[in-house]
Design a protein around this ligand. Structure first.
Ligand code: GLC
Length: 455
C-alpha cells in the first residue's frame, strides 16, 4: 500500500513537473479566462469547409478515399472558379443564423491554399478565379461584426516533401514500403513550409481570433508534434497573435499554452469535458450532413430540432457549437444549408438570450423531465428549454425560494406561478416546489423557452 502511494505520488509529481517545464507561454488562469471571454459568451460559430474538393462534390477526403494521384487531382486546380462567391452574403447568413464567429479552411488536407501565398504556386491566385478568397472573406465577415478564425491543415497531400503516412492518399502497409516511398522526402522542409504559411495567414489579414489546426495522429505511420514542429509553431503563433485562441489538435496536450479548447468532433458529450478533474473549454464541431466539404449526394441532413437541441445541450454543458457549411464549387450555400441556417436563425432571433453568455446551470437546480437548462451567471436568469411541450401544470421541484418571476422568452409573456390545478398534483407537491401554469397550446416556437428571474 505504502509503495503504491509513493508511486502515485511520484507519478503525479513528475507529471506536474514536466507540465510546468512544458511551457509555451506564461499566463494565469484568470488571464486565460479573460482572453477566452468573447468566445465563451458567443457559443455559436460557423465552420466553413471550402476548397478544390467542392468540385468533386463527394467529401473533402475524396483524394484519399479514391486514392487520386496529384496528376489526376490537378483538373480541380485548373478549373476552380466560384463565380457566384459573395462573401458579404455568406457573412449576412451567418449573422442571421445567430452565429458570432466563423472559421474557414485556408488549406485543407488536399494542400491547396485558398489564400495568396509566397511559398507555393498551389494557391488561389493561380486558378481561374485568381483573387484572394481569404481576403474577401475576412473583410466581409469582419464587417458584419463576426470574429474571424482560420482552419489550417497540418496534413498536406500535395506538398512533395510531406512524407507518406497512414492517412495519405498513397498510404501503404509495411515499414519497408513506407521507407521506399519516403526516401527522397524531407519532412524538415515541409515543417519549415508549414511554419512559413501559418506565419503568412497570421500576418497578412490583421487580427485573427481563432486558429484551428487539424490534425495529429501519432503512432505507427502517423504524425505528431515532432513532425509538425508544434512547439516552435505554437510559440510563433502566440507571439504573432497574443490574443488568439487555438484548438487542441497540434499534439500539445501536455504543454501549457499549447491549446485553449478541446474539440469533440461530430460527437455530443455526456457531460462537460474535464482534464485532471477540472472542467475545460470545449467546442463541438458538427456537420449538417455527414460531410464537411460539399457533398451533392449525401442525404443524411439533421433537422431543425436536432440542430437546436445540439446547440442548447452544448451550452447546457458549458460548451460551444461550430456548425459547418460546405459551399458549392460556384461559391454558394447549398439550399439545404440555407434552409437549416434560416430555421435556426428564426429561433435564435427570439431565444438567443438563453444561449449567449449562458452556461451549465448550478447543480442545485433539479432538471425537469424533457428539458434542458442553461443559465446566465451575470443576469442570474435560468432558461428552461421545453423539448417536449408539457401540459398546464409544470412543476419545478424545490425552486420555491429561488424564483421571482417567470415568462416565455420568445414573447416576454408572463407565466403565472400558481397553485397546482387538480387535486392529484396537489398531493404530489411538496414544500418549496412551485408550479407554473402554462397555456395548453404549445407556442409557435420549435423549442419554447421559459425564462426564470432568480432571486
Ligand atoms: C477531421 C477531418 C476533416 C475535418 C475536420 C473537422 O479531422 O479530417 O476533414 O476538417 O475533422 O473537425
Amino acid at each position: 500500500m505504502k509503495h503504491l502511494l509513493l508511486m502515485v505520488f511520484t507519478v503525479v509529481l513528475v507529471s506536474q513537473l514536466s507540465y510546468s517545464q512544458n511551457k509555451i507561454w506564461n499566463e494565469t488562469e484568470e488571464q486565460k479566462t479573460e482572453r477566452m471571454a468573447w468566445w465563451t459568451d458567443a457559443r455559436f460559430g460557423m465552420f466553413i469547409h471550402w476548397g478544390l474538393y467542392a468540385q468533386a462534390a463527394r467529401h473533402e477526403w475524396v483524394k484519399k478515399n479514391e486514392r487520386i494521384s496529384d496528376e489526376a487531382y490537378q483538373k480541380y486546380f485548373e478549373m476552380f472558379n466560384p463565380d457566384l462567391f459573395d462573401a458579404k452574403e455568406w457573412a449576412k447568413k451567418a449573422k442571421a443564423a445567430g452565429m458570432k464567429y466563423a472559421v474557414i479552411t485556408t488549406k485543407h488536407h488536399e494542400g491547396f491554399n485558398m489564400f495568396k501565398s509566397a511559398y507555393t504556386g498551389y494557391n488561389i491566385m493561380n486558378t481561374p478565379y485568381g483573387k484572394d478568397i481569404i481576403k474577401e472573406w475576412v473583410d466581409a465577415f469582419r464587417a458584419e461584426g463576426l470574429r474571424i478564425g482560420f482552419y489550417y491543415s497540418l496534413i498536406d497531400w500535395h506538398h512533395p516533401e510531406y512524407t507518406i503516412d497512414r492517412v495519405h492518399p498513397q498510404s501503404v502497409n509495411t515499414k519497408e514500403q513506407y521507407d521506399a516511398l519516403n526516401k527522397d522526402r524531407d519532412m524538415g522542409i515541409y515543417r519549415e513550409y508549414l511554419k512559413n504559411q501559418v506565419r503568412e495567414i497570421l500576418t497578412n489579414y490583421g487580427k485573427i481570433d481563432v486558429l484551428w489546426l487539424d490534425f495529429s495522429f501519432p503512432g505507427e505511420f502517423g504524425k505528431g508534434k515532432d513532425d509538425w514542429g508544434s512547439v516552435e509553431l505554437m510559440k510563433m503563433v502566440r507571439q504573432l497573435q497574443p490574443e488568439i485562441l487555438v484548438n487542441d489538435r497540434a499534439d500539445l496536450k501536455d504543454y501549457e499554452g499549447g491549446w485553449d479548447f478541446t474539440t469533440p468532433e461530430q460527437f455530443k458529450v455526456q457531460k462537460w469535458p474535464e482534464e485532471n478533474g477540472v472542467k475545460i473549454p470545449w467546442e463541438t464541431c458538427q456537420t449538417f450532413s455527414g460531410s464537411w466539404g460539399y457533398y451533392r449526394d449525401e442525404h443524411t441532413w439533421k433537422d431543425n430540432k436536432q440542430l437546436l437541441v445540439l446547440l442548447i445541450e452544448s451550452v447546457s454543458k458549458g460548451g460551444n457549437v461550430l456548425l459547418n457549411v460546405g459551399p458549392t464549387a460556384r461559391g454558394t450555400f447549398d439550399y439545404r444549408a440555407d434552409r437549416a441556417l434560416n430555421e435556426m436563425g428564426k429561433w435564435m432571433k427570439y431565444n438567443s438570450r438563453s444561449i449567449y453568455g449562458c452556461t451549465e446551470a448550478p447543480k442545485d437546480f433539479i432538471v425537469p423531465d424533457n428539458t434542458l437548462l442553461t443559465y446566465n451567471p451575470k443576469t442570474k436568469r435560468m432558461y428552461i428549454h421545453l423539448l417536449d411541450y408539457p401540459m398546464t401544470n409544470f412543476l419545478l421541484r424545490s425552486y420555491g425560494d429561488k424564483v421571482r418571476y417567470a415568462q416565455f422568452l420568445h414573447d416576454g409573456s408572463e407565466i403565472k406561478i400558481g397553485k397546482p390545478q387538480g387535486h392529484w398534483i396537489q398531493q404530489e407537491t411538496i414544500e418549496n416546489d412551485i408550479n407554473l401554469i402554462l397555456p395548453i397550446i404549445k407556442p409557435n416556437v420549435e423549442i419554447p423557452v421559459i425564462e426564470l428571474f432568480l432571486n
